[in-house]
Design a protein around this ligand. Structure first.
Ligand code: MG
Length: 461
């Protein structure tokens, strides 16, 4: 059966954000129905919300997944094309037992994926993913009697409810008075569906680029990296706009461009949100992966917060927030988790929070971010075959043992001058990645160089 055997050979089906694969090669309709039988068995005849992003394969895979789900006796509620955070919110609003989102987020157009969410909208735990994987491998699916096959319904209005929910968490009247000119670039992804309307309802003048949904992503890659945001930066400058915002393909991450056309990286905008969150709440717990900048800790130290560092991965951030009752999480890639709304990444919510902060402070984004401590980041990589990754980590740890290494994810060393280096094995490629951060570019470069040399030596010995 096309795709099924290939996927059965994978040691782990679910990656950091669901099952991903190239459509019609790994992610076939046959595989999607089969895995939906396992997911449907897990949901045990429950009510399952179904949503998808704007990819070309979206309805093909949604139909296949839906067939599998109803075959196990689940009722499917099809919300159609929507941002991932919209589906995550609707699971709770409509008291569903769970949800499936068909999306490959920021991956190139030939990919798609299947994400499984629990009744609180957060992706299910690794433990539960393993249960589904095991059922899939063993073929232990519940196929109900023909009389008990589930129904597929349409669920309307999720986009409007989502837009209204985001608005309810900011001072809409304050933002309206400012009449901000915002340039929005959703990459031809599903962020183009609700966000322009949300911005207009917040009194903004909206200029959109790449806001029609097109699953071939003809304008730019769906990953909001600086090299993909040249058109957005130019449009902000040419129009004299107040701010630009770019989303990834399923609109859960956002990267901002200030009025001067500078792309501002995700951990800085997150630190800005953190500052205002801590001020408003007189402190609190903030969850972020070890890959985030020291600026997150600086802000926490100054405004009475406590940073909880986690492994890299948005699901880990969400689950840690839930466990520790934290109301704020963030990632360096532009994912912000605003607990009062929902403990998952949400690009439109992040955008509304940034506008709210600009309005409260009566300052532009560049000025607001300039007031935060600045760090320089330098990256590099070292080739390392998969089978050598563990031994290399051991060698590294024995070498740096006296420097109090953090081993939450790879090895992170923090130095007294607030510089740091993170050395992590790539999950998919035969590589170690190095990320150094320091108050000067020279120090960050020196750190990367020094540890790259060490790693190269370790791989040779
Ligand atoms: Mg995404």
């Amino acid at each position: 059966m096309k795709g099924i055997l290939d996927m059965k050979e994978r040691t782990q089906l679910f990656g950091t954000n669901g099952i991903r694969g190239i459509v019609n090669r790994e992610l076939t309709p046959e595989f999607s129905t089969e895995i939906a039988l396992s997911i449907g068995s897990y949901f045990n005849r429950g009510r399952v919300l179904l949503g998808y992003d704007g990819r070309i394969s979206n309805t093909m895979l949604a139909n296949a997944v839906s067939a599998g789900l109803v075959s196990t006796g689940c009722d499917v509620y099809d919300a159609g094309m929507a941002p991932t955070p919209c589906i995550q919110l609707a699971v709770r609003t409509h008291k569903m037992d769970g949800a499936i989102m068909i999306t490959a987020s920021h991956n190139p157009p030939e990919y798609n994926g299947i994400k499984v969410m629990a009744r609180d909208g957060v992706e299910i735990s690794r433990h539960d993913e393993k249960m589904i994987e095991e059922r899939f491998r063993q073929g232990e699916m519940t196929r109900v009697d023909w009389r008990e096959i589930g129904h597929r319904h349409s669920l309307c209005g999720a986009l409007t409810e989502y837009k209204d929910a985001v608005k309810s968490h900011v001072d809409a009247d304050l933002i309206k008075k400012k009449h901000y000119h915002v340039v929005l670039d959703p990459a031809c992804g599903v962020g183009g569906l609700a966000t322009p309307h949300l911005l207009r309802e917040l009194g903004c003048r909206v200029t959109t680029i790449n806001s029609f949904v097109d699953g071939s992503f003809p304008a730019r890659q769906p990953e909001p990296r600086p090299e993909n945001l040249v058109d957005l930066a130019a449009t902000v400058r040419a129009n004299g706009a107040d701010v630009g915002v770019a989303f990834d393909g399923d609109a859960d991450r956002s990267i901002f461009v200030d009025a001067t056309g500078n792309v501002q990286w995700g951990d800085r905008t997150f630190a800005l949100i953190e500052k205002y969150f801590l001020l408003a709440n007189s402190g609190g717990k903030v969850v972020t992966p070890v890959s985030s900048s020291q600026v997150v800790r600086d802000v926490a130290d100054k405004y009475g917060g406590e940073v909880i560092w986690t492994k890299v991965g948005s699901t880990i951030v969400s689950h840690t927030m839930k466990k520790l009752r934290s109301e704020l999480g963030g990632e360096e890639n532009g994912g912000v988790f605003y607990g009062p709304h929902q403990p998952v990444r949400d690009a439109a919510m992040t955008m509304a929070l940034i506008l709210n902060i600009m309005g409260t402070a009566e300052r532009g984004l560049a000025e607001l971010l300039d007031s935060l401590p600045r760090y320089y980041l330098e990256k590099d990589k070292v080739e390392c075959p998969h089978h050598q990754k563990t031994s290399l980590l051991k060698k590294l740890l024995s070498e740096v043992g006296h420097l109090n290494p953090e081993t939450i994810d790879g090895v992170k060393l923090r130095f007294s001058d607030k510089s740091s280096i993170l050395i992590r094995p790539s999950g998919t490629e035969p590589l170690y990645r190095l990320f150094a951060e320091a108050v000067t570019k020279e120090r960050a470069s020196r750190l990367v160089k020094e540890y790259k040399q060490k790693l190269v030596q370790f791989t040779r010995n």
